[in-house]
Design a protein around this ligand. Sequence first.
Ligand SMILES: Cc1ncc(COP(=O)(O)O)c(C=O)c1O
Length: 404
Amino acid sequence: MNYSELLSGEIRRLEESKTFKYETALRSPQGGRVKVDGKDLVMLASNNYLGMSNHPKVKKAATDGIKKFGYGVASARFLCGTQTIHQELEKKISKFVGTEDTLLFSSSFAANVGFFSAVTNEKLGLETYKDVIYSDRLNHASIIDGQRLCRAEVTDKKIYNHADTGDLERQLEEDKNKDYRFRIIATDGVFSMEGDMAPLQKLVELKQKYNALLFVDDAHGIGVVGKTGRGIAEHFGQLGNIDIIVGTLGKAIGGAAGGFVSGSGQMVSYLRQKARTYVFSNSLPPSIVMASMAAFDLLTKNKSIVKRLHENTAYFRKEIKNLGFTVIDGSHPIVPIMLFEASVAQDMSAELQKAGVYIKGLWFPVVPKGEARLRAQISAAHTRKDLDHALEAFENVGKKMKVV
Ligand SMILES: Cc1ncc(COP(=O)(O)O)c(C=O)c1O
């Protein structure tokens, strides 16, 4: 087989099926506006929810990190990759999310992959055992990949319909008398295609009723939802009731890179020994560690940042609906604007770029057939002027394309 022919054939197929992912080069930092080919565009496609990606205090902390602790640590944590700042950041995160301990990873993708494989594949002194994972159908790719690494001989992997606690309970009930070692319910906190939140209250109820561990990947929740940005646990009044919280430092909290798992002292100590994406991978660089601490400090000391994000979101959601667009209702800064046809989403994204708005479309197979959309993401970095400019562009392009 000629590998280059096979690969280029697949690339052609992606282009022909209009599922090829094109990359647009920005000539500026991430912000409420970005520069593309000399043009200023309102950025509506970034996870920079709190505007920390280019915040002066976050940038200063990153350069301080380099000055005091160097550029890289050139090691995994247990060799010589632990600096005092890594421990400080772990403590800060635990305090922020309300858990006993925290473990840093190079990304939250790595955190998810590390968690599932470490927990299910070890005998822990038992001769035989079986674990079971119940996973929301729309969970993030990294949760799916983490579960792929759980060996089938020792792990039953079950999927429940998206946010369908009835379906989950039916499966938990069915398995009630089976002799499972661990029962794990796994969900995204906020689902990134819809901007909807996991039904946390009911999940907590179910995990208590069936003696399961509740795992929540709150990558789009930490720093974003809840009055003080503590994530969906705060939003639903469930702080302290999630067993394992995964978060990212690559979205609201500075947006560079890094992720974490937070939970009980035993769980974190265990993962520190066993999570392969932690043990066999490099430690986070000092610039990111110090900048992440600065981002958490800003978030806790300056309540107006999250407040601004929530106000901007409420304003954009209200006004885009007033223009006649169909949006998936909710309160999260991810605002899916439904256009249904993939070609309309593609054309509208291109037209909006010409009108000064950077926004990406999503279509099958990323979302179900017939549910193509533009996904707007609102930030605290947006000024009212930025949002009004974007809304005006939506109105003009929407009318021109006869969408509204
Ligand atoms: C729910 C969820 N988990 C994990 C990730 C991966 O984040 P990171 O960039 O930290 O690997 C993402 C990012 O897209 C996400 O949306």
